[in-house]
Design a protein around this ligand. Structure first.
Ligand SMILES: [Zn+2]
Length: 433
């Protein structure tokens, strides 16, 4: 198993599915060869030339609706000169499988494939169809991937549950305990382009209609706005579970009051931790400013691009109104480049409990906690269609290696992968038998 899994992941990483342009057909061909050799039914879908997705199925008795194992085949670009190994070399170095996609999400794809093959090989009788789904275009918004599939082939993708990316196992530095995460929800990206015109002029004679000055002042008003904290149901449950290993959270686990939680987090400086802060509020990040091209010329146009993220349950329209009010400059045009509300699936389900139990079986003493993803994934398309999706990728990742996702030197240890395959297969078996 070890050699085969490592070889599969290594070969998968070697396929350059950098998006853009994607070329996910390489991944679809890779999977179709393996599926064909094992006699597993599959179908490929092409949204545009080179942009393929693939679906394979092991039929069950139909007592329950299908389970979909989902991952995306595309990866974000990698600048090879910044890496200490070839991002598309698929090398194994000191016990690590190295390359773009080792974590996001080619390892998950291999775990799902091997779970599928194992269930097929053992001839396990299933009470529902088990679907393997490898898609294109997650990294650029999903238009050529899941969005396309659900729009054009809705009947092929009806499921009771989708298991997708998210939810790693992370060793918590503070308590030294292992936190196993399941992600039932994620924030919604709302990207805004602000633009403003103004009166040009000579830099030697400043006037009051300098659009760049107006823009920076307005953006500063927005950035100074203190976004209120909100404890979503996922965050509430997350911190309650974390209290099992974080003594400082015990009073909250005892009384369950929001006020208690927020006071503990504030008193211990935890609200300043970006990941914790982002889990508890909508965020605003100024990431691009464009204006002017000479130091002695007052520009006539200024532009700012702002990445905001909404918690599940927040209303997009109200949020946009709030942004407008904070900017307090009617001459600024606000264009929504991308506007998604946050989304979450019910976490009080039999499937969730089953996954939690399986994780605890393999990792006794771990804290299994629901996690609100601050980034965005293809899960949102399924949740929009009222199909629950959980993020689950049961591989142990050192906190430092998380930075390699979309960063440099992405890698996953062979040991984590091998144990992950065993755990994942068992979880799928329990959910389908
Ligand atoms: Zn990604």
């Amino acid at each position: 198993m070890t050699n085969r899994a490592v070889e599969l992941l290594s070969n998968y990483i070697k396929l350059d599915t950098t998006n853009p342009p994607g070329n996910e057909y390489l991944g679809a061909e890779f999977f179709s060869r393996i599926l064909e050799s094992q006699g597993i039914l599959f179908k490929t879908y092409q949204s545009k030339p080179g942009r393929a997705s693939i679906r394979a199925v092991i039929k069950g008795s139909g007592q329950q609706k299908p389970l979909i194992m989902l991952h995306h085949m595309d990866v974000v670009p990698a600048k090879g000169d910044e890496w200490s190994f070839d991002p598309f070399g698929g090398e194994v170095i000191h016990g690590y499988i190295c390359g773009r996609g080792a974590l996001d999400t080619k390892s998950l794809g291999i775990m799902q494939l091997l779970a599928l093959l194992e269930i097929k090989k053992r001839g396990i009788k299933l009470r529902r169809d088990l679907i393997f789904l490898a898609t294109a275009d997650e990294e650029s918004g999903g238009d050529c991937g899941v969005e396309f599939l659900l729009r054009e082939y809705p009947d092929d993708f009806q499921a009771e549950l989708i298991l997708n990316e998210g939810g790693y196992l992370i060793k918590d530095d503070k308590s030294n305990s292992l936190v196993a995460m399941i992600s039932p929800g994620e924030k919604g990206p709302c990207w805004l382009k602000l633009s403003r015109k103004g009166m040009p002029g000579h830099g030697s004679t400043p006037h009051s209609q300098n659009c760049l000055e107006k823009m920076t002042k307005a953006v500063n008003r927005l950035l100074n706005y203190e976004v209120p904290l909100e404890v979503t149901p996922i965050a509430a449950e997350y911190f309650k579970k974390l209290a099992q290993s974080w003594d400082v959270l015990k009073p909250y686990a005892d009384d369950g009051r929001e006020g208690t939680l927020l006071k503990i987090l504030a008193d211990n400086g935890l609200l300043a931790v970006p990941q914790i802060s982002a889990m508890l509020r909508n965020t605003i990040s100024l990431n691009m400013l464009k204006s002017g091209d000479r130091v002695n010329v007052i520009p006539s146009y200024a532009e700012a691009l702002i990445d905001t993220r909404l918690l599940p349950g927040q209303d997009l329209k109200q949020w946009l109104q709030l942004i407008k009010n904070q900017l307090a400059d009617d001459e600024i045009q606000i264009e929504t480049v991308l506007g998604n509300e946050g989304n979450a699936s019910d976490m009080y389900t039999e499937s969730y409990n089953m996954i939690e139990k399986a994780l605890l079986y393999y990792y006794p003493g771990a804290v299994v906690a629901p996690y609100l993803m601050t980034g965005t994934t293809d899960s949102r398309f399924f949740r929009e269609k009222n199909m629950p999706a959980y993020g689950l990728c049961p591989v142990e990742v050192p906190p430092d290696d998380l930075k390699s996702i979309h960063g440099i030197d992405e890698r996953l240890s062979v040991d984590s992968l091998i144990k992950g395959i065993e755990v994942y297969t068992e979880i799928i078996r329990r959910l389908c038998v």
